[in-house]
Design a protein around this ligand. Structure first.
Ligand SMILES: Nc1ncnc2c1ncn2[C@@H]1O[C@H](COP(=O)(O)OP(=O)(O)OP(=O)(O)O)[C@@H](O)[C@H]1O
Length: 250
C-alpha cells in the first residue's frame, strides 16, 4: 500500500514562492489501478516526482509497505527505488542499443537476479504483454504501443510494489493507447500489479479503479469506478468539467 500523507512542495524562483502541492493526502491499495488527473500545472508530475524521489518534498510522508520513503539515508532510499518502484515514461526510455528482451533483462541484471530466474521471469512478462514476437527486435524496429508494453514489462521485471507511470499513453494513437491500457489491466490481473498513473487521457483513466483529481495543488476529489469503463468515462467527463469547467484539458 502507498500512503501519501500531507505532502507539500513549494518551488522558489527569483525570490518568489510557488506552492505547488498543498498537503496532498491519498491512498493507493495493493493491486489497485489509480489514475491522477487535473488541469495543466495542478501538480501531477511534481507529486509523481516526489514519490519517485526525483525531487524532495517540503513536508509530509510517503509510506510504501509501511516505510516512509522520503526520509532516510540516500543509499537506503536508492535501494527502495530500485527494488520497490517501477517506472513507465511517456517517451518509453528504452535503450536503443539493446533488444526488447535485453531491455527487460537489464534491471534484473542490475539487481543481481540469477540467470535462470531472469530468463523465466522475462519469458513470462513477454507472454503476459503479448510481445514475444518482438523480443529480439530493437526499439527502433517496433511500434509505439509495443515499445510502451515493453517498458511496462521492464518496469515489472523486479516485481516492484508499485508502478509509477507518467503520461504512458501521451505519445500514442488511440489503438496503441488501448493496447497499453490492456497491458496495465493484464499486469493488475495476472501479476497483481499496483499502478499509479498520471494522465490527461480520460479514456485511459476510465479503466482505472479510482481517479484522483488535483487542482491548484490540492486533492479536488476522488471518483471510484463501479461500472464498466464506458459508463465511468461519462461520469469522469462530468467530474472533470466540475474540476475546471472549460479549462480542463482531459
Ligand atoms: N522546477 C520548477 N521550478 C519552478 N516551478 C516549477 C518547477 N517545476 C514545475 N513548476 C511549476 O509547478 C506547477 C506544477 O507543475 P507540474 O509539472 O507538477 O504540473 P502538472 O499538473 O504535471 O502539469 P502538466 O499537466 O502540464 O504536465 C506549474 O505551475 C509549473 O510551472
Amino acid at each position: 500500500m502507498l500512503q501519501i500523507e500531507k505532502v507539500s512542495k513549494t518551488y522558489h524562483s527569483k525570490g518568489i514562492d510557488y506552492p505547488v502541492l498543498k498537503e496532498i493526502t491519498a491512498t493507493i491499495h495493493d493491486g489497485e489501478f489509480v489514475a491522477i488527473m487535473g488541469p495543466s500545472g495542478s501538480g501531477k508530475t511534481t507529486l509523481l516526482n516526489v514519490i519517485s524521489g526525483f525531487i524532495s518534498a517540503d513536508g509530509g510522508k510517503v509510506i510504501l509497505d509501511g516505510q516512509d520513503i522520503l526520509t532516510g539515508e540516500e543509499n537506503e532510499l536508492a535501494e527502495i527505488r530500485q527494488h520497490k518502484l517501477g517506472f513507465v515514461f511517456q517517451d518509453f526510455m528504452l535503450l536503443n542499443g539493446l533488444t526488447i528482451r535485453e531491455n527487460i533483462f537489464l534491471p534484473q541484471i542490475i539487481a543481481g537476479k540469477p540467470k535462470s530466474q531472469m530468463e523465466q521471469n522475462t519469458h513470462t512478462l513477454l507472454e503476459v504483454f503479448g510481445i514475444e514476437e518482438i523480443a529480439e527486435k530493437y526499439p527502433a524496429e517496433v511500434s509505439g504501443g509495443q515499445k510502451q508494453r515493453a517498458s511496462i514489462a521492464r518496469a515489472l521485471s523486479n516485481n516492484p510494489s508499485i508502478i509509477l507511470a507518467d503520461e504512458p499513453t501521451g505519445n500514442l494513437d488511440s489503438k496503441s493507447s488501448t493496447a497499453v491500457i490492456e497491458a496495465f489491466l493484464n499486469a493488475k490481473e495476472k501479476i497483481g500489479a499496483t499502478i499509479f498513473m498520471v494522465t490527461h487521457d480520460a479514456f485511459a483513466a476510465s479503466y482505472a479503479d479510482k481517479v484522483i483529481a488535483l487542482k491548484d495543488g490540492i486533492v479536488f476529489g476522488e471518483l471510484v469506478r463501479h461500472g464498466q469503463p464506458r459508463d465511468f468515462l461519462d461520469e469522469l467527463l462530468d467530474f472533470t468539467r466540475k474540476v475546471n469547467g472549460d479549462g480542463y484539458d482531459a
